[in-house]
Write a new protein. Structure first.
Lengths: 190, 183
């Protein structure tokens, strides 16, 4: 069993996707895709209305509704999401812009994950309530991972930018264990 | 203006470099922890009849999943998914210490989210009735998030496979390819 598992892992590691930086690019591409898809949704009156219970209970963006109104709130959030998506996309080439995008992304997902404790109807009453959650709650729970992915992007881009500023600023890898832990993406690509 | 922005970013980069953010596996561990939480919570839901009914439009319309209803029934299909999600979640959790189990968990996770993403085009009432296609409605926004879950699963799969190769001294067998992609 162990031998087969080792064999499988070896085979996997030899395939081209595993020898490239596919995983890094995929996370970035997926985040860019989400920002665009969700900003398209917010340009739209009908879908913004669906988001009212979420926006009005977010400790980060609740003030948008009284200040800008429904339409303005949708436009505001759509604009910020488009900007962050563009910045993360440009992060492919410019880690500095990537850092700005990742910071915006962190703010965005701190804003959405903090809605969870305040969301009305989060628990399915007809099924006995907590811990059985409803669709909007499940939707928000996935943002925990989005927050982690934003943090991942921030780390990647800070590392690349630090290398641009000062190539010796990244501690040189010591032990074998650390070898793996540090993504030396930029060192190869430099 | 431009140089001011550059200065600010430089300062931020130096600050973050000093905090040790770059030295540790914090991002890798955070991504793994988030995936474990998601599998734990979403797997748990599927034990209940409420969730089994919620899943009907998801499973019933997907060409890769709809066979489960005639075979296992509505509650049975939900149970089966709940069990497999907990197994994958547990493997990912054990992956904190054992990278081989991490590989298995990440494989299961990759398959899970590759399948859930395929539900999107078959989801009824998935698009805004007024604006149409690119504007999402109903269950589609929820499913669309699985694109990121899939990307993170593939990331964990690669990371863990590489770590196993390095740990097990398999370097000689895999040779330069692993070295290159880690270096």
């Amino acid at each position: 069993m162990m031998a087969q598992l080792n064999q499988l892992i070896l085979q996997l590691s030899k395939t081209i996707p595993f020898r490239s930086n596919l995983d890094r690019h995929l996370i970035r591409a997926a985040m860019v895709f989400e920002f665009f898809a969700f900003s398209i949704q917010k340009w739209n009156h009908y879908t913004v209305e669906m988001l009212v219970p979420m926006i009005s209970h977010s400790p980060v963006v609740f003030w948008l509704l009284p200040v800008f109104g429904l339409r303005g709130t949708g436009d505001f959030l759509a604009t910020t999401e488009t900007i962050f998506g563009v910045l993360i996309f440009l992060g492919y080439w410019s880690p500095r812009l990537g850092i700005l995008g990742a910071l915006g992304s962190i703010v965005t997902y701190v804003g959405t994950t903090t809605i969870m404790p305040f969301l009305p109807g989060a628990w399915a009453q007809e099924a006995g309530g907590f811990p059985i959650f409803t669709l909007p709650m499940g939707f928000l729970m996935k943002d925990v991972l989005f927050l982690a992915a934003s943090f991942y992007l921030l780390k990647q881009d800070v590392m690349r930018a630090a290398l641009e500023i000062n190539p010796s600023s990244i501690p040189v890898v010591g032990s074998k264990k650390q070898n793996v832990s540090i993504d030396r993406y930029t060192r190869v690509n430099r | 203006m431009n140089s001011l922005l550059n200065e600010a970013i430089d300062w931020l980069v130096k600050l973050l470099t000093k905090t040790g953010l770059l030295k540790k596996d914090l991002d890798y561990n955070l991504l793994r922890a988030s995936m474990v939480i998601i599998f734990l919570l979403f797997g748990y839901q599927k034990w209940f009849l409420y969730e089994a009914k919620v899943l009907i439009p998801y499973i019933g319309n997907d060409p890769f999943l709809s066979w489960m209803y005639p075979v296992f029934g509505i509650q049975g299909a939900s149970w089966l998914l709940g069990v497999s999600e907990w197994v994958f979640g547990a493997l990912l959790f054990l992956g904190f210490w054992n990278k081989r189990l991490g590989v298995l968990g990440a494989l299961g996770s990759t398959i899970t989210f590759a399948v859930t993403v395929t539900i999107i085009p078959f989801m009824p009432n998935g698009w805004d009735p007024a604006a149409g296609f690119p504007a999402m409605a109903g269950n589609v926004p929820f499913l669309l998030k699985d694109v990121v879950l899939l990307a993170v699963s593939i990331y964990l799969l690669k990371q863990d496979a590489m770590r196993v190769c390095l740990q097990s001294g398999a370097r000689s067998q895999v040779g330069e390819s692993v070295h290159h992609s880690l270096a």
